[in-house]
Design a protein around this ligand. Structure first.
Ligand code: GDP
Length: 193
């Protein structure tokens, strides 16, 4: 997709702040530092629009980005940052739950995970949660430029097994450094919006 317009419409913590449901939404989640901001920026070709995390775990709002006035990317704050208090973790979970369980125009969830490592317990939990809510999802495996090409099959099979997937079709390796793999993610996004 050629992105000619991308803007942050609102950072929202509460449902009454969400934008109207007239546009399809594609939400993105992942643990802090997985490369979510870099991925969003690279997808929409806007260098600094989604902030790269100087303070991981800090942003506790859903950021709604409107793309080409046609659909929205919804940036879900990262999870799994060790220094976040229990209270903030509960707050995070409630915010995500409210959004994921009630948003009728949520069409697709992109679950970002680090291709270099096996999925974390929280990564697996997010995937199971999406499945339990019947939300279509795809798994975006970040930082593919950091591992050798010859290692891809091994890492894909680790993910397939750990996430209990029937095939590797839902796995999308990407690099926000080189742009590799982004076209495939756009194809799946376009199917859902
Ligand atoms: P976020 O916390 O999930 O938003 O992660 P960021 O986008 O801030 O990225 C965390 C770190 O990983 C930063 O230092 C990025 O430059 C780096 N990073 C993100 N994506 C990639 C990638 O595809 N390749 C490489 N080599 N580094 C990446």
């Amino acid at each position: 997709m050629q992105v000619h317009d991308a803007k942050l419409v609102i950072s929202a913590a509460e449902p009454h702040q969400y934008p109207s449901t007239d546009l399809a939404e594609v939400a993105l989640s992942g643990r802090s530092n997985v490369g979510k901001s870099s991925f969003i920026n690279k997808m929409i070709q806007r260098k600094g629009l989604a902030r790269t995390s100087s303070q991981p775990g800090k942003t506790q709002t859903l950021n709604f980005y409107e793309i080409n006035e046609a659909f929205r990317f919804v940036d879900v704050p990262g999870y799994g940052y060790a220094k976040v208090s229990k209270k903030d973790r509960v707050k995070w979970a409630k915010m995500i739950e409210k959004y994921l369980t009630t948003r009728d125009n949520l069409e697709l969830l992109l679950l970002l995970m680090d291709f270099r490592h096996a999925p974390t317990a929280l990564d697996i939990e997010m995937k199971n949660y999406a499945e339990s809510l019947d939300i279509p999802y795809a798994i975006v495996l970040t930082k593919m430029d950091k591992i050798k090409r010859s290692q891809y099959p091994k890492h894909l099979s680790i993910y397939k097994k750990a996430l209990d997937l029937p095939t590797v079709d839902a796995l999308f390796p990407v690099s926000s450094a080189t742009g590799e793999g982004l076209k495939d993610v756009w194809s799946i996004v376009e199917e859902f919006i």
